[in-house]
Design a protein around this ligand. Structure first.
Ligand code: PGA
Length: 247
């Protein structure tokens, strides 16, 4: 049974006030059958959020990590540092990092491996751009992104990882993929993982909010969501988490 996974990606947003609101949104103890909730704030807020949220049953993840374990890499953060401050998950290969920071498939694969060496669960982000979808290249692009990681760590490594399918055109656009569009790609991804696919949680990301999370999670291969903009509203994000609870 794959437990629903709801991940909030604050991107380069966040203030001490948002931390207070995020903590306030999770009173009470976790219920059986509840979705797993993870918040990914900027690095500097990780330690505080991890310390304050762990008692509330909410986990913390990073948005990025170095592919190196340590060394002279000014400005970088290693996986072991993240796990040392209570981080459990890390996003790897978010489309903004691929597009804006020039992360290559190979580098993303190295980061995936580095995360697992540091006992972090990588959430590998994959997805096609609008022109790629228009050109009918969706499966070729996602296949290439997945293959780079499979070549680096083997398909078995996905047993301890999650994948987020985030069509680039749906991110921050207010225009989520339709449940059928997301399901089509996510079913394809699961099939590519072969026998390991039964265990791997596959998340949808791109303009998720409380109003559309239900219809997305109703799809057979959508095990959770990666939420950007809506995670900055602590109450909206807590609501998305509740809607993802198994009934
Ligand atoms: P969005 O972002 O929910 O604001 O579309 C999703 C993401 O980039 O992870």
């Amino acid at each position: 049974m794959r437990i629903p996974l709801v991940v909030g990606n604050w991107k380069m947003h966040g203030t001490p006030a948002l931390i207070e609101r995020a903590v306030d949104a999770y009173g009470g103890s976790p219920r059986p059958g509840a979705a797993e909730i993870v918040i990914c704030p900027p690095f500097v807020f990780l330690a505080e959020l991890a310390a304050r949220l762990s008692a509330l049953g909410v986990k913390v993840g990073a948005q990025n990590l170095s592919e190196h374990d340590e060394g002279a890499y000014t400005g970088e953060v290693a996986g072991r540092m993240l796990s040392a401050v209570g981080c459990r998950y890390v996003l790897v290969g978010h489309s903004e990092r691929r597009a804006l920071m020039g992360e290559t498939d190979r580098q993303v694969a190295d980061k995936f491996a580095a995360a697992q060496r540091a006992d972090l669960t990588p959430i590998l982000c994959v997805g096609e751009s609008h022109p790629e979808r228009q050109a009918g290249a969706t499966f070729a692009v996602i296949g290439r992104q997945l293959q780079a990681v499979v070549e680096r760590v083997g398909v078995g490594a996905f047993a301890d990882a999650a994948i987020a399918y985030e069509p680039v055109w749906a991110i921050g656009s207010g225009l989520a993929a339709s449940p059928a569009q997301a399901q089509e790609v996510m079913q394809w991804i699961r099939a590519r993982l072969g026998a390991h696919g039964a265990q791997t949680r596959i998340l949808y990301g791109g303009s998720v909010k409380a109003a559309n999370v239900g219809e997305l999670l109703a799809q057979a291969d959508i095990d959770g969501v990666l939420v950007g903009g809506a995670s900055l509203d602590a109450d909206e994000f807590a609501k998305i988490g509740k809607l993802a609870d198994r009934t």
